[in-house]
Design a binder for this molecule. Structure first.
Ligand code: GDP
Ligand code: IMO
Ligand code: MG
Length: 429
């Protein structure tokens, strides 16, 4: 199998960045296919820590990195990120970074709307990252978005902006936001244009010619299955499809190009923002997982909610997304627990369920059914060989495999690039 598609299989922050960086050493091209700068992917190599929100994680290894048409891109955030990682010594140039000309721009008015709506919603808020990602996708589907290709045609920009503002003006007025003048928005957009222009290309053509030349491509998912707008815990989701099937539409390649579907699961569960979380531990256990796992959001710095591994949800993500194997990350965070619990079903109104139902009320009412597994006292941090793991840790991995129905192909035992146990190479699977 030539290519690999990496997707989160919980609620995000599973450690996709680390895994993608590790796999990137074996790939030629890395492509993002959805999401925006709501994502935060961390890569740790020796003394350097890189945090990517828009840049594909392949830039850490100097690979050809493509921001596909399915991504919504805040050009100011992109330029800031490029400058930041350049300051860390990474070479970002048009030979290594391509931005799809048909990708949609996230504008300041999208951020305004995201924030204003969340403030208005009070206790009913989603807990978004406030980056304007949801409103930008709304405008894309509403056929009034500004795309990067539009920067090359300033003469017709006013007509496009009129269409966009015809929608936003009443919304802004209703939310008490100041009106926007077309001329100002036009000037703002055109002022960033020269900075992004060198990267803007028909990304689908670049990618398809790489594929035709037999190069190995790694498709980098952001967010995760349970945040998928169709398949996740709606409405507490992000505004894009996050499953592997989106790699095709979001990068402009055929549905078979994605290759092996690799799901990333943390050895426990976390979630940022609002929404149901059956195995959540609002107690000392959750605190301990959060402390040991340094569970603070990469993008917003918010404390992540923590709980036990939920095998029902992981299995559901595997089924929905066609996941063929998983990476079990952050197993070192579980070191030192006497007993570990794994959610294996839900109780709902006297019934036992082996899946998470779609309704908001039912999701909130699902009570976890746990299986207890023995913990281990030894440290697993930095272990790079499966046989060197404590017996109880090996048993934990094996139990998860049998509960979710696919093999664990990699295990990570630390944030560093090299703290990785390889059971099977996904590129060779
Ligand atoms: P992503 O959004 O899925 O890429 O994940 P994030 O980067 O937002 O969050 C994962 C965090 O866990 C990052 O701070 C990583 O450096 C860290 N991390 C990744 N793998 C491991 C691991 O095996 N052990 C520990 N302790 N930390 C890890
Ligand atoms: P990575 O790629 C974790 C969550 C937000 C919120 C919901 C909607 O780092 O795993 P949005 O700003 O997308 O409209 O917010 O989705 N969310 C994430 N949670 N990891 C992410 O990305 C996320 N991206 C969005 O916290 O609950
Ligand atoms: Mg993250």
């Amino acid at each position: 199998m030539a290519n690999v598609t990496v997707v989160g299989a919980q609620w995000g922050d599973e450690g996709k960045g680390k895994v993608i960086d590790w796999l990137a050493a074996r790939a030629d091209v890395v492509v993002r296919f959805q999401g925006g700068n709501n994502a935060g992917h961390t890569i740790v190599t020796g003394n350097s820590v890189y945090k990517f929100s828009l840049l594909p994680s392949g830039v850490a290894q100097g690979k050809l990195s493509i921001i596909g048409n399915g991504v919504v891109v805040d050009p100011w955030a992109l330029i800031e990120e490029i400058e930041r990682v350049r300051g860390q010594g990474l070479a970002i140039d048009p030979a290594h970074l391509v931005l799809a000309d048909n990708a949609v721009m996230v504008l300041p008015l999208h951020r305004d709307l995201d924030r204003a709506r969340e403030e208005r919603a009070g206790p009913n808020k989603i807990g978004t990252t406030a980056r304007g990602v949801g409103p930008a996708y709304e405008d894309k589907v509403g056929r009034r978005a500004i795309r990067f290709v539009d920067l090359a045609d300033p003469d017709s920009l006013d007509a496009k902006l009129e269409r966009l503002l015809a929608h936003h003006a009443p919304l802004r007025a209703g939310l008490g936001l100041p009106a926007i003048a077309i001329a100002e928005l036009r000037a703002l957009i055109l002022s960033i244009a020269p900075k992004v222009a060198p990267y803007v290309k028909p990304a689908w053509r670049v990618l398809n010619s790489e594929l035709a030349a037999g190069r190995r491509v790694l498709f980098e998912g952001a967010q995760a299955t349970l945040l998928d707008v169709d398949l996740g815990t709606y409405p507490f989701v992000t505004s894009s499809n996050t499953v592997a099937g989106q790699a095709s539409a979001g990068a402009g390649v055929g549905p078979k190009a994605g290759g092996y579907v690799l799901g990333i699961v943390k050895a426990y569960t976390t979630r940022v923002g609002e929404g149901p979380f059956p195995a959540e531990q609002k107690n000392d256990i959750g605190e301990r997982l959060g402390q040991r796992g340094a569970e603070f959001g990469t993008v917003t710095g918010r404390k992540r909610r923590c709980g036990w591994f939920d095998a029902v949800l992981a299995r559901q993500s595997v089924t929905i997304g066609g996941i063929e194997g998983v990476v079990l990350t952050k197993i070192d965070v579980l070191d030192g627990f006497d007993t570990l619990r794994v959610c294996v079903g839900y109780r709902l109104g006297g019934e036992r369920l082996d899946y998470l139902p779609a309704g908001m009320r039912d999701q909130a009412a699902c009570e976890p059914i746990y299986e207890n597994l023995p913990g281990w006292k030894e440290t697993t941090a930095g272990i790079r060989d499966f046989d060197a793991l404590p017996a109880a840790a090996r048993a934990y991995v094996r139990r998860i495999e049998s509960l979710i129905g696919v093999p664990v192909v990699l295990i990570t035992t630390g944030a560093d690039r090299d703290d990785t146990i390889v059971m099977a190479d996904p590129f060779e699977a």
